[in-house]
Write a protein that binds this ligand. Structure first.
Ligand code: GDP
Ligand code: MG
Length: 315
């Protein structure tokens, strides 16, 4: 550990302090964000019942006296339908490369599907020398009749000795999984101060919260057609943040839906987002929202870049 890093440490670390990166991968909707939130006991990854909520890679920082685990929440691995989909798959795949352990999450309350076979292929292709952990999630929904068959089916797909039935929602068995992951980390420094839980910046958090509120209030295509750009984020004081955001949609009809009759929908979204941000940031938030049409942004590389979704060439 070098001097610069030492400077930010507030407390002495044990000689065998551990640290490492755990990539959390899995099909959409299996509970990756919920697990990370459960582990961090704080809401940093947005959770919604609709799949593909997590678009970008996010870092969750889990610090104890024994060590520090950097959790990378990845967008779901799935067959891409457009440029945004391609980007999401790339993000997930690149997370494998820098990981000390790969935590594969599956929904054990239902049988493996085609998407789980695809995931298994990707894991065996990219696992390299990384340790692979299999978390059989949503045990709270699992019936006794399905327990054996479903567990066996997933164990066959993802070959590893480290298997943990858990419920990310209730927290059941999550501490056991956590202990095991910590034991598997190599010795290393504390990369971030102990009170930092995320490397997300405020603009990003604000955009994600707004997007989450839209996803929760709309249906069908709209949740996937929305991108949120923070035009301006001003910390006017310690007690007041001023945020102006643009909600991009792909078609005029979608714009109408998001604004709603007499602006009712956008008002609701704004109020819900503001309330949540005020809770998260512990400041008063002044939130201004605009809705703009950006035709087919999901299929346009230039627009994706502008919105911060960068496609990288695979090496
Ligand atoms: P992700 O797409 O893999 O990040 O999945 P999310 O964490 O967003 O979760 C998708 C949905 O599954 C949400 O409605 C969660 O509340 C739900 N969920 C996640 N974990 C569990 C669990 O252990 N039990 C139950 N019953 N629901 C869960
Ligand atoms: Mg997620």
């Amino acid at each position: 550990m070098n001097d610069t890093l030492n400077d930010i440490f507030d407390d002495a670390l044990p000689a065998d302090h551990r640290s490492g990166v755990v990539a959390v991968v899995g099909a959409p909707n299996v509970g990756k964000s919920t697990l990370i939130n459960q582990l961090l006991a704080q809401k940093i990854a947005i959770v919604s019942p609709k799949p593909q909520t997590t678009r970008r890679r996010q870092l969750g920082i889990l610090t104890t006296e024994r060590g520090q685990i950097l959790l990378i929440d990845t967008p779901g691995l799935h067959a891409p339908h457009n440029k945004l989909g391609e980007y999401m798959v790339q993000v997930a795949q690149s997370a494998f490369k820098e990981a000390d352990a790969i935590l594969v999450l599956v929904d054990v309350s239902s049988k493996p599907e085609r998407r789980d076979e695809l995931l298994a292929d990707t894991v065996s292709r990219l696992r390299g020398n990384s340790l692979v952990y299999l978390a059989l999630n949503k045990t709270d929904l699992l019936t006794n009749a399905d327990r054996e068959a479903h567990s066996a089916a997933y164990r066959t797909l993802i070959q590893t000795d480290h298997v943990f039935p858990i419920s990310a929602l209730t927290g059941d068995n999550v501490p056991v999984l956590f202990e095991s992951l910590m034991n598997a980390m190599p010795e290393g420094p504390r990369y971030y101060p102990s009170d930092q839980v995320s490397d997300l910046n405020l603009r990003f958090v604000a955009a994600e919260v707004i997007r989450e509120k839209i996803m929760m209030s709309t249906d069908e295509e709209i949740p996937y057609s929305v991108a949120v750009e923070i035009e301006s984020y001003k910390e006017r004081s310690d007690a007041l943040h001023y945020i102006s955001a643009v909600i991009y949609v792909e078609r005029d009809s979608q714009k109408g839906i998001i604004i709603g009759k007499n602006g009712v929908m956008i008002k609701e979204v704004g109020a819900a987002a503001r309330e949540e941000l005020e809770g998260l940031l512990d400041v008063k938030v002044f939130l201004e929202l605009h809705v703009k049409v950006l035709k087919n942004w999901r299929s346009d590389e230039v627009l994706l870049k502008r919105l911060g979704y960068r496609l990288v060439k695979e090496d």
